[in-house]
Design a protein around this ligand. Sequence first.
Ligand SMILES: [Zn+2]
Ligand SMILES: [Zn+2]
Length: 145
Amino acid sequence: MRDASATQSPAPWRATRQRKAVLSALHDRPGFTSAQELHEALEADGVTIGLTTVYRTLRALDRSGRVDVVREKSGERLYRPRPTDGHRHYLLCRDCGVSTAVEADAVERWADDVAEATGFADIEHTVELTGVCVHCRVTAAPSPP
Ligand SMILES: [Zn+2]
Ligand SMILES: [Zn+2]
């Protein structure tokens, strides 16, 4: 017998007032935002919150799969809220855990074709790509002798 709860699921998310403030500030920003920028935006809104708390909250959001993360060349992480409605596919770095949504039209078309060809209904799929991001590739590059 299979226990569905035994499968790996994202870390649980406990919403505190500060966490909610961080998440809503993140939703108000267009595109990717650094912790520093988010902290400034929160302070401008009159929310009293420490930069450390912002960092911690963003990491918790990342662990629970609520944000997309990209890493700048400087090593700074940028965050964007992950859409909860739409079905997306992600590319994940095995070294640092950075994740980003990717286009997967071909996968969607293939799934539709399979459904049509087999007569199956309610077909679901899970496709996750993993690899080594640009930043980690640079770090892992062998040094010259
Ligand atoms: Zn990486
Ligand atoms: Zn899909």
